[in-house]
Each structure stands twice: as C-alpha cells, then as structure tokens.
Design a protein around this ligand. Structure first.
Ligand code: IMP
Length: 228
C-alpha cells in the first residue's frame, strides 16, 4: 500500500487553521483518478483541539480539498447524466451534504440506514436494513456515498442488494478506506483517503453516537475508547 504524506492529509505540526470556505470552479483540481489518493495519510502527532482525540488524521482543509477533487471527477464521468446519490446514514451525512453541493451534474438524493456496529469498534459483519430507499432505482445511475470502508462487509452486502434492484449502474464514492482491514474484494470507484486501521471519528463518524459533528477526522485517546 502506498502511503500519502501527512501534508496531503492536511496535517501540520500546529493545530489546523480556521476554515475559510473556498469556492472552487467545477471541473478543477481533478485528475479523474478512480482510486482516490495513492495511499494513506499516516498518523502524525498533531495538536488536537478536542480533549478526547489523540490526533487528527485528516484536517478540515484536506477534507474540503478532497471533496472538491472527488466532485470534479464524478462531474466529468457522469457528464450529461442524472445520478441518484444514495447516502448511507448516519455516517455519510457530512460527505453527502458537501459532495452533493460540490457536484454540478444533475443529482437526486436518497438515504438508507443499515446496521453497523453500535458502540463497539470492530465490524460484526451483520447487516440489516434500518431504513430503505423511498423509491425504485430501476434504470437509474446510482452512486453510493459512504463515509468509511473498514472490513468492506457492509458495502459488499449493500452493493449486492442495490444491484438486484436493476439500476443502470451502481458505483461507490467513499471518503475513507482502511485497506489493511478489508476482508472482501470491493470495486470502489472513488476513494478519498486511505487511512490506517485505527478507529476514527469526526465528519459524520461516531463513537457511541458522539463526535459526528467534528469538522475533521481523528483518533480517540485510549482512555475514551476504554471508557466507551
Ligand atoms: P465495514 O462493514 O467494516 O466496512 O464498516 C462499515 C461501517 O462501519 C461504516 O459505514 C461506519 O459506519 C462504521 N465504521 C467503520 N470503521 C469506523 C471507524 O473507524 N469509525 C466510525 N465508524 C466506523
């Protein structure tokens, strides 16, 4: 696995700067690569603005730049087509909101909720639909929007489930992936960052429903995980 530099993940030796939304013209900044960045932002000790976090793996700045890059690649690939974005609740809510607004192609939004692993930090592999799509996806170009791929079991199951509903196509955009944790062969068209196999929170990702609203992605301290 190639590793991306901490700089590519927006990691600096000081706390991340305050966010300044930077409008970027559509179509800019993408190399139309389908495998995301060539590797993982390796953890580097950074000053965490939150006491429960050990370190920040992907800063707010890096997340924003990556969403812009992913949106440009998707815009180019689906030019002239309408895409149904299927967000997987609740973790994908932030990436869904930001990605959907960064896209210039015609899109509609749907959400599904499937069971993952509650307050534990490892995959159960048991998948259950908690909330299904509101309408048929037959003949539609479906793009599943995922927060993170860990073992890949959830997504693998979801792809089979959605594929059986006769869509025109089903692809995946995942903000984060843990390549070392993958237990199934998955064809993920768009990947934001490959990260190490640590449990992470922020930007939609939770630990026992907490930390979803942090604007960056980071690891928890061992004390917080032990207490959870
Ligand atoms: P998988 O089936 O092991 O790939 O796990 C998929 C789901 O587990 C994700 O959509 C998340 O909801 C959750 N998950 C996996 N890794 C993490 C993590 O590091 N932090 C928070 N949630 C995670």
């Amino acid at each position: 696995m190639n590793l991306v530099s901490p700089e590519a993940a927006g990691i600096h030796t000081t706390a991340p700067e305050a966010a300044t939304p930077a409008p970027v013209p559509p179509g800019q900044g993408s190399e139309h690569g389908h495998q995301g960045l060539p590797g993982a932002p390796s953890p580097a000790p950074t000053a965490s603005p939150h006491p429960d976090l050990a370190e920040i793996l992907v800063t707010e700045e890096a997340l924003r730049a990556k969403i812009t890059e992913l949106a440009a690649a998707i815009d180019a690939d689906y030019a002239g087509q309408e895409v149904l974005l299927v967000g997987v609740l609740k973790g994908a809510v932030m990436v869904m909101a930001d990605l959907a607004r960064a896209l210039t192609i015609s899109t509609t939004l749907e959400f599904m909720a499937v069971s993952s692993y509650g307050s534990s930090t490892s995959s159960s592999g048991v998948v259950r639909i908690l909330k299904d799509l509101d309408r048929s996806i037959e003949g539609r170009h479906v793009l599943v929007v995922e927060d993170i791929i860990d073992s890949g079991l959830t997504l693998s199951w979801l792809m089979r489930n959605l594929g059986s509903r006769h869509p025109a196509s089903v692809e995946v955009v995942a903000l984060l992936r843990k390549p070392e944790a993958l237990r199934v062969d998955l064809d993920v068209r768009y990947v934001g960052f490959d990260i190490p196999s640590a449990f992470v929170v922020g930007y939609g990702l939770d630990f026992a429903e907490r930390y979803r609203t942090l604007p960056y992605v980071g690891t928890l301290t061992p004390e917080v995980i032990a207490a959870g």
